[in-house]
Write a protein that binds this ligand. Sequence first.
Ligand code: PMT
Length: 396
Amino acid sequence: MPTVFAGKNIVIGVTGSIAAFKVAGWVSTLAKEEANVSVILTESGSRFVTPLTFSALSGNKTYGSMFDDRDDPMVHITLGQNADIMLIAPATANTIARLANGIADDLLTTTALVTRAEILICPAMNSRMYSHQMTRENIAKLKAAGYQLIDPAHGMMACKDEGEGRLAEWEDVVEYMAKSLTPQDLSGKKVLVTAGPTREHLDPARFLSNRSSGKMGYAMASAAFRRGAEVTLVSGPSTLSSPAGVATVSVESAEDMYNAVIGRADSMDIIVKSAAVADYRPAETARHKVKKEQIEGQLLLSRNRDILFELGRKKGEGQILVGFAAESQHLHEAGKNKLLKKNLDLIAVNDISGNDTGFESGTNQVLLISAKKTKRLPHTSKEHTADLIWDEIVLQ
Ligand code: PMT
């Protein structure tokens, strides 16, 4: 399945930081996804990684000086003109200062002034340099001028100082890059997505739950971010990392999820309930571990509140409500019933009869039902499924 990067002209500026070696891996990944990657390596960048490394990984020549390309004497213009996106990573304090002041004294900064593609900047430097007032002012200036800054991570740096300044992780950077290349059909929309299971505690050691991994809901949240939405993800316990650009609220039980969702619902344009919420909880949660003999044959359960039903009951004017359902038979009938009962605009019914659909798997097969039509989506990755579901949601 080709990704959003296939066939795109991506210019990557690499500057003089020890983190430059990490970007070699990014170039390799993008080239494998059939992007046309051109690396501009600054003079100090080339002290850390050689031009040959980037050429071998990108399959293209690595650019250095403005004046050493005999084939294209206008390279300082053409690279920027042809770019679909420009990434500067790692970006040193010095490069950030030059960019913020419109200085064009090498190929990288000149290209940045020429291009009209979005420019993403990943700062990487010692935390003292990063927190310095001059760097803060330069970053603020770049943001105001429309550059997309990707915050560095917090942690131990090469100099053994600990703080903010480590190059952002690829998992985050790739999301911002994908967003930059994706049509923004959810721009200005506030979206709330739920994901994962809930845990209903019997005591400090035991709980009732289900097999939901959160993959489907996290894919829905990431896809909405890439399409320009302001996304809140309310997630039950999951091993997945919070998606880039998404405000994640972690919850444990169905009651926690109820409060987190209902409290935010009124301000949302679109709500997608991918979570597998436990229908029942132990009637009582013991403060201390219950002896097994006390449980046998007497586990009393109470019904949890149906969050989606409540959302459907109080749905605001113009608000779009999307449910999910996990079914192993009579998919259409079960989906249609839930669509009507919960006052939904759309429901995605997961076929959980196979091993490679529904819970835990990386792929899914979904029947999408609205009041007007039913559409069977192909068996594909959850990321692709999420995009296909959003394609339908934006038509509602
Ligand atoms: O997380 P993964 O491993 O990727 O798996 C994905 C998934 C199978 C969990 C997911 O895609 C899915 O199908 N989620 C809904 C499963 C489910 O709980 O279906 P349901 O028929 O029980 O509920 C129907 C809808 O009502 C769901 O949107 C659910 O979030 C909502 N609900 C249910 C009960 C409840 N108390 N409150 C709710 O809001």
